[in-house]
Write a protein that binds this ligand. Structure first.
Ligand SMILES: *Cc1c(COP(=O)(O)O)cnc(C)c1O
Length: 418
């Protein structure tokens, strides 16, 4: 999946690459001077070409609650088809505020402290663009969701990281490294829990270290909580960092209906936090998309408050837990060292016990060899970083596919020639 797009455009010079080239480089898309498709697109194309079960890209293969889809259909027919209000429709902002209070005891004013966005992606992008620029640093954990590197590059800021490292309790953040990584230029600490790609749910103790750090260095914490309801480990609990003492005033909390409700194509997200910070995000957001999803907003407003939908989410968690265990067992039988994730849609597995050193090369072979596709964890690292080296032989597989699809994948993995 290489494209022939030239790397120099009229707007860039050989000496100073245009910003888009820096974005492409940050996202790992520039190899040997050529712009390439993302690893996700590459692995999906390989899966299609070989007839492999695609456990690379993490989107569900069954839709969300029928009553939510019906509510959106009604909204379309009833005429919710023009620009909604810039901050989002009042019913959805009220539903988001009620959700934060009901689940976490967080009180936000639906009029001044909630902003509806085009998915979590836009909320994160607008927040980074609003709060960081050239000369600043944005600190994240590594591995990181791939969009973080791209949007930090768009802002012109530097992306710094602290590792999550494999150990007896799965992949945990190296908190000493996190403390070390903060400099006088750090503006934003971009957190993600439950964490993609590791499936780690940060503990209250870990969050307390982050909170202390943010307070001491006067950082804004931007927290990506799109998997807030997909905690699968009964011993783990999602705790928003905004709920820690002193943190509400410096935290922007981002979430979305995509993962919770298996409606990833709807792109209805939101950000909550103190009015001054939400104002900053809205200032940028209104010139990105302005608004989106007019007929979907009333449907999500309904979904966030509906007990039947809440039961649907409980059932999803139970089903994801079964599917997680199926995939972890299959990967272990096939010879991988798989970590049981505490949440999200993803299992990380080390292919080193199979003699693998380079996870990316292995992922290119895997569809042909086993009839299953995954993505290398190096799609979520900075090339050449300590994490890139430590997790070089690791692969991410999703289990947000139907159980019969996972049974087939696992049977194929077990039969994989070693
Ligand atoms: C899927 C995902 C997103 C994107 O959410 P949208 O609402 O689809 O924009 C953001 N962060 C993480 C960690 C994700 O996995």
């Amino acid at each position: 999946m290489t494209s022939t797009t030239p790397t120099t455009r009229p707007s860039g010079t050989a000496a100073a690459p245009a910003r888009w080239q820096e974005v492409a480089r940050a996202a790992g898309l520039m190899r040997g001077g050529t712009l390439r498709a993302t690893v996700f697109a590459e692995m999906s194309a390989l899966a299609t070409a070989t007839g492999a079960v695609n456990l690379g890209q993490g989107f569900p293969d069954t839709d969300g609650p029928a009553e939510v889809v019906a509510a959106a259909a009604r909204a379309l027919v009833e005429g919710h088809n023009q620009y909604p209000p810039g901050p989002g429709i009042p019913a959805l902002r009220q539903a988001v505020a009620a959700h934060q209070e009901r689940h976490y005891g967080l009180r936000v004013d639906p009029d001044r402290e909630v902003l509806v966005t085009a998915g979590a992606t836009e909320a994160l992008a607008a927040a980074v663009l609003a709060l960081a620029g050239p000369g600043d640093e944005v600190l994240t954990l590594e591995p990181f969701y791939d969009a973080y590197a791209a949007v930090v590059a768009m802002s012109g800021a530097r992306h710094t990281t602290a590792p999550l490292r494999p150990g007896p309790d799965g992949l945990r953040p190296d908190l000493d490294a996190l403390v070390e990584a903060v400099t006088s230029r750090t503006r934003v600490l971009l957190l993600n829990t439950p964490h993609n790609p590791t499936g780690t749910v940060l503990t209250p103790d870990e969050l307390a270290v982050v909170a202390d750090l943010a307070g001491r260095h006067d950082l804004v914490v931007l927290t990506d909580e799109v998997y807030e309801h997909l905690v699968l480990d009964p011993a783990a609990r999602h705790v928003p960092i905004a709920s820690l003492p002193g943190m509400a005033e410096r935290t922007l909390t981002v979430s979305s209906s995509g993962k919770t409700l298996s409606l990833t194509g709807w792109k209805i997200g939101w950000v909550t936090g103190p009015a001054a910070l939400v104002d900053a995000v809205r200032t940028v957001k209104q010139y990105l998309t302005y608004v989106s999803g007019a007929p979907l907003q009333p449907a999500i407003a309904f979904a966030l408050g509906d007990p039947g939908v809440a039961r649907w989410v409980d059932d999803l968690v139970a089903s994801l837990t079964v599917r997680r265990d199926l995939l972890v067992d299959g990967l272990r039988d096939a010879g991988f060292a798989a970590v049981v994730p505490q949440g999200t849609y993803f299992v990380l597995a080390d292919a080193a016990p199979l003699g693998v050193e380079d996870g990316a090369a292995f992922c290119r072979e895997l569809p042909g060899r086993a009839g299953v596709a995954g993505v290398p964890v190096t799609a979520f690292t900075h090339e050449g970083s300590a994490t890139d080296r430590e997790l070089r032989s690791w692969v991410r597989f999703t289990f947000t596919k139907r159980e019969d699809v996972l049974h087939e994948a696992v049977a194929r993995l077990r039969a994989m020639p070693r």
